[in-house]
Design a protein. Structure first.
Length: 173
C-alpha cells in the first residue's frame, strides 16, 4: 500500500470486521490499516474472505502474497506464454497467472523439490524478500496483461475476414 497507493483516498468498501476508520475508535485495525484495506480493495488488488468480511487477523498464504504483488504492479506478464514451473501449482489454480509471471521474471522461486507451497504461510521475511526482488527486477520487459475486452477485439480482428465470418451472428440477444 505505502509503495503504490498511499496518496489515494479511501472509500469504505463495506467490510464490517475492520472498524470504522475514525480516529479515537477502538477498532480491530488502525486508521492507516483501515485506509489501506479499503484503497486496495477498491483497486481490486485485495478482496475479503466473504461479502462483508476481510478477516484482518487471518494469516496470508504465499499464493495470496504473490497475487497481491502481481496485481499491485499491474498484472504484468511475459509476452510469450509462460508455463507454471512448480509441481504443486496448476494452470487452473486462481493464483497460477501471478505465480507464472513472477517466476518468469525471476522474482519468486520454489523449494529444492520444485514445489511452491502456495497455501503455506507468507512470512514477513518472505514478503520482504518478494518486494526486494521486485524492486531489483521491476518486471523489466514485461507488459500489462491483456484485458478480456482486448482479447475479444483481437480475436474479432484476426477472424472477421475468415470464411466462417458469414455464419456468425453478431447481434446481441
Amino acid at each position: 500500500y505505502e509503495k503504490f497507493y498511499s496518496e489515494q483516498s479511501a472509500t469504505n468498501q463495506g467490510f464490517t470486521d475492520i472498524g470504522t476508520g475514525q480516529d479515537g475508535q477502538d477498532d480491530p485495525c488502525t486508521d492507516l490499516q483501515w485506509k489501506a484495506i479499503n484503497v486496495l480493495a477498491e483497486k481490486k488488488i485485495i478482496s475479503g474472505t466473504g461479502e462483508n468480511t476481510f478477516n484482518p487477523k487471518d494469516t496470508v498464504t504465499r499464493a495470496e502474497a504473490v497475487v497481491v504483488i502481481w496485481r499491485a504492479t499491474g498484472n504484468k506478464s511475459n509476452s510469450t506464454e509462460a508455463s507454471v514451473p512448480f509441481t504443486d501449482v496448476y494452470a487452473t489454480d486462481w493464483y497460477a497467472p501471478a505465480i507464472a509471471a513472477l517466476a518468469a521474471a525471476g522474482i519468486i522461486t520454489g523449494t529444492d523439490g520444485g514445489a511452491f507451497n502456495p497455501y503455506g504461510n507468507a512470512t514477513v521475511q518472505a514478503v520482504s524478500t518478494l518486494l526486494s526482488k521486485y524492486q531489483e527486477n521491476g518486471f523489466n520487459g514485461f507488459s500489462n496483461a491483456a484485458t478480456r475486452l482486448e482479447m475479444v477485439v483481437d480475436a474479432y480482428n484476426k477472424y472477421k475476414d475468415s470464411p466462417l465470418a458469414e455464419q456468425v451472428d453478431y447481434s446481441i440477444a
